[in-house]
Design a protein around this ligand. Structure first.
Ligand SMILES: Cc1cc2nc3c(=O)[nH]c(=O)nc-3n(C[C@H](O)[C@H](O)[C@H](O)COP(=O)(O)O)c2cc1C
Ligand code: SF4
Ligand code: SF4
Length: 267
């Protein structure tokens, strides 16, 4: 097995698996960490990788773990998968989608993007996790959150065993309504406006939101968070992880924030 990433970040992986993760509130990071524990290899942030030109030279395991965003992939992951170029070797590729309810055809979007770059999607999985799209839905009760997070290890055992045994195929058990991708995806891609965010008077200018934004859409100016791009990924990391609950996106988002415990130390 040999793997080499070449990009401006100079990632070089030899004899190692690579798991690329994208996360807003930590759910996908929790799943990626559990898989790395079982499969070994390196964990790489999609938001970091996208800052360079990604060329993959490899015949090990290449995994992507990310949330479902409006029945498709997060836009940074779309970007990343469109830019990955496969140099040689024969990698085994897996995708794990985390979702609050169901994925619709997000897996097909990944398959299409990968195949354009000469990669096959060998394994697809999904894991139901606490919902974080609070402009529309409530954060689940603590009981429900505990229940969902408590089965992640067992799900990771199962996914890792399937990959290690080479049982290729689509193992997504949360596809739900297939037509939702067609109904909602275009609206999401055209939307994602940062003008929908409101900063309340609790902002301390601590800079965390700017540091964690995957698309550098926030800057701190005069001690306050400012959105400096018209559109963003809408991952809601800034809204949920702000220690002062200073970011809102509509009335419903004032109620409660959600952060997966894997991010407890860093928010
Ligand atoms: C913009 C946005 C869109 C979402 N769309 C969906 C969706 O289409 N289907 C779904 O089941 N969950 C959806 N969710 C919920 C997340 O996929 C889910 O909570 C995920 O586990 C969050 O992962 P993260 O903590 O790694 O960001 C959405 C969340 C966001 C922020
Ligand atoms: S994380 Fe919150 S408090 Fe800190 S700068 Fe951003 S909005 Fe302000
Ligand atoms: S501005 Fe907030 S919601 Fe938008 S991509 Fe950045 S962190 Fe995510």
């Amino acid at each position: 097995m040999n793997m080499l990433w070449t990009n401006s970040l100079s990632y070089a992986h030899h004899e190692r698996n690579v798991i690329v993760y994208y996360t807003g509130t930590g759910n996908s990071l929790q799943v990626a960490l559990a898989l790395r524990e079982r499969l070994g290899g390196d964990l790489v942030s999609a938001a970091d990788l996208i800052r360079g030109e990604c060329k993959l030279e490899h015949d090990g395991i290449f995994g992507i773990v990310c949330p479902v965003h409006f029945y498709g992939l997060p836009m940074t992951v779309v970007d990343l998968l469109s830019r990955i170029s496969f140099v040689n070797g024969d990698p085994e590729v897996f995708l794990v989608l985390t979702c609050g309810a169901f994925t619709s055809k997000a897996d097909l979007e990944a398959e299409r993007l990968l195949s354009a770059g000469g990669l096959r999607l060998d394994y697809v999985f999904s894991v139901k996790m606490p919902e974080n799209y609070t402009p529309l839905f409530r954060v689940p009760s603590q009981n429900k959150i505990d229940g969902l997070l408590s089965v992640v290890d067992a799900e990771a055992d199962e996914m890792a065993a399937i990959i290690q045994k080479g049982i290729k195929g689509n193992h997504n058990r949360n596809r739900g309504l297939g037509f939702m991708t067609r109904v909602a995806r275009g609206h999401f891609i055209r939307g994602r406006r940062t003008s929908g965010f409101r900063l309340n008077d609790r902002c301390t200018g601590c800079g965390l939101c700017a540091a964690i934004c995957p698309v550098n859409a926030i800057e701190i100016k005069e001690g306050q968070a400012n959105w400096v791009k018209d559109r963003c990924d809408l991952c809601l990391a800034c809204l949920h992880r702000c220690p002062s609950w200073a970011i809102e996106r509509g009335r419903l988002t004032r109620r409660k924030r959600y952060v997966n415990p894997v991010l407890d130390d860093s928010r």
